[in-house]
Design a protein around this ligand. Structure first.
Ligand SMILES: Cc1cc2nc3c(=O)[nH]c(=O)nc-3n(C[C@H](O)[C@H](O)[C@H](O)COP(=O)(O)O)c2cc1C
Length: 327
């Protein structure tokens, strides 16, 4: 399970960094994979309102949003947005990232696609500013509400701190560490208790992501699933995206991952090998771990034949529902 932190301050070792780092440390102690995205060190072009994303769900601007950040936002189970208050909102660099998630908004509302993690992904806000006024976080509240909606995350709380200004102020705050520990426990404990299931195929780009997506859609609040390939392809296979789009499921921005890269941060309790040809490799990869192994044999199919693909899709969805008690 991935906890993604968006570090919105341009200052190094900032008050925001201290807050977010504490949250992510806590997440790691619970076994979560974490990633702190230093937003101000990334190349994120401001939205140019070309409105192309509203037609085809793709943003034509090529930068770190395209290369990395859309994928991270999609993979995350929890997005923690950490920010200083600049003029009653977030710094411009973070606002650029937020505006560019219009692409995800468009996929949801214009193209009517469902992100497989949408029903259980959570959003949390850590924020601080210099003054003491009661309205300090009002601007931020509306922005984060609609940001979380665009990225398919349910708002799940916040910690706000007033009178934090100079470097070191946050670290010296008497209760922040304990506040963060408690907030992280409340948010993450139910999510880390989900059963961890890994779907594996040869290239991590076809059957495994398909089974994974159905599993997340039907049981995301009970199962923490991921997918991987033995020798991952560079992108998901076009037949998969076409078949899932026809069912209204959004596979956009997900990428194949290697079983060797994923395994150190994700220790599955159950591994489903899609096809006998991958079972042997998967079994040897997990031979020292106490993992339940399952092999699903599926009919061979022609990736150019849409009827065969839609039968395959149905077979995988039914297999997921039977195997995980959702039938
Ligand atoms: C451009 C700019 C705008 C700011 N605007 C506000 C503001 O509207 N209200 C406020 O209380 N503090 C404001 N501050 C102060 C910062 O929120 C405060 O110093 C904060 O602790 C900085 O966090 P950091 O160390 O994580 O960067 C502003 C600071 C800067 C540089």
């Amino acid at each position: 399970m991935l906890v993604l932190g968006l570090q919105g301050s341009p200052r190094r070792k900032s008050n925001t960094f201290i807050l977010l780092d504490r949250f992510l440390q806590e997440a790691r102690t619970k076994g979560c994979q974490t990633f702190m995205l230093e937003v101000c060190r990334k190349q994120i072009l401001p939205c140019k309102e070309l409105v192309i994303c509203e037609k085809n769900g793709e943003c034509p601007l090529l930068d770190d949003m395209h290369d990395q950040i859309y994928t991270l936002l999609r993979r995350a189970d929890v997005v923690v947005m950490a920010t200083p208050i600049f003029f009653y909102n977030v710094p411009a660099q973070l606002k650029a990232l937020i505006d560019r998630t219009q692409t995800l908004w468009a996929r949801k509302y214009r193209l009517a696609l469902t992100d497989p993690k949408r029903s259980f992904r959570k959003g949390f806000v850590l924020a601080q500013g210099a003054t003491r006024g009661k309205n300090l976080f009002e601007g931020l509240q509306l922005t984060t509400k609609y940001f979380f909606d665009a990225i398919g995350a349910t708002p799940a709380g916040n910690l706000y701190y007033w009178k934090i200004e100079k470097p070191g102020d946050m670290a010296a705050h008497p209760t922040f560490s304990e506040d963060v520990r408690k907030a992280a426990a409340d948010l993450l404990d139910p999510l880390v208790r989900r059963r961890r299931v890994l779907f594996v195929d040869r290239d991590g780009a076809g059957l495994a992501p398909m089974a994974w997506a159905f599993c997340q859609i039907h049981a995301g609040d009970r199962i923490d699933a991921d997918f991987a390939g033995i020798a991952p392809a560079g992108t998901l296979r076009p037949f998969l995206e076409t078949a899932m789009t026809a069912k209204g499921i959004d596979m956009g921005f997900f990428r194949p991952q290697s079983i060797n890269e994923l395994a150190p941060s994700f220790s599955p309790q159950q591994v489903v090998a899609l096809g006998a040809d991958v079972m042997e490799t998967v079994a040897s990869r997990f031979e020292k771990d106490p993992v339940e192994m399952t092999c699903w044999e599926l009919p061979t199919f022609d990736t150019q034949d849409s009827e065969q693909i839609s039968r395959l899709c149905k077979a995988i969805e039914e297999k997921v529902q039977e195997s995980f008690g959702m039938a």
